[in-house]
Design a protein around this ligand. Sequence first.
Ligand SMILES: O=C(O)CCC(=O)CC(=O)O
Length: 259
Amino acid sequence: MTPVYVPHHRVEGPPGAPVLVLGPSLGTTMDLWQPQLPELTRSWRVLRYDLPGHGGSPVPAGPFTVADLADAVAALLDRVGAGAAAYAGVSLGGAVGTTLALRAPGRVASLVLVCTSPRFGDPGPWRDRAALVRRDGVEPVARTAADRWFTPSFTGAEPYVAMLRGTDPEGYAGCCDALADFDVTARLPEVSAPTLVIAGAQDGPTPPAGHADRLAEGIPDAGLVVVEGAAHLAGAERPGPVTDAITAHLDRTWKGTGR
Ligand SMILES: O=C(O)CCC(=O)CC(=O)O
């Protein structure tokens, strides 16, 4: 990724408030965070961004890693004049937050990792998915997205699947390649930010067992909340419990020094 890559981003909330960065998941845009936004923008200056080729973000020229995405978020913090910030991210967006906390510990004052993992399984299926999308576009993965993202009883999947249908295939494939290469399992004990891990009890792509529990066990003093009745996009399916867990953790761990 070129060093000048700037993700599409938006800043909302009181100008003097502490900064909270919100990272989205593969196939979604910053609007993934819409259910949490009214509450979070009451006391935080919320910086949301889009992944490469997702929402309003351009597709970088060439391959990129999760570390590149973390560096791009650090550059966004520079742009908004934030030294340290809180960070909350879903799945790939959570991986970006974990990586930022490892690469620039002074910039992540508090961390919330939602439905994510230190390693998203074997690289092979991610490479296969990248190849499929490069060949056939995003429609094959969009058709089955609701089944991966939500429990069967959820009726509000359509706006989220529409985000995936609007994603550039090369941007989506590049994110799959970045997920294939991502593994910070051995480095979790180095994360110094106070961390809360949130899992969806019925999450298929990143189930609590083997993903959230690894984060919570590996990151020193991390908390773990498992939300019942939610799958991979837990904050969309069960907004209340997820919002409450995030705000409680942020209120407890960081009040916005370091700007
Ligand atoms: O859409 C999926 O299959 C889930 C992909 C995943 O686990 C990474 C992400 O949601 O960012």
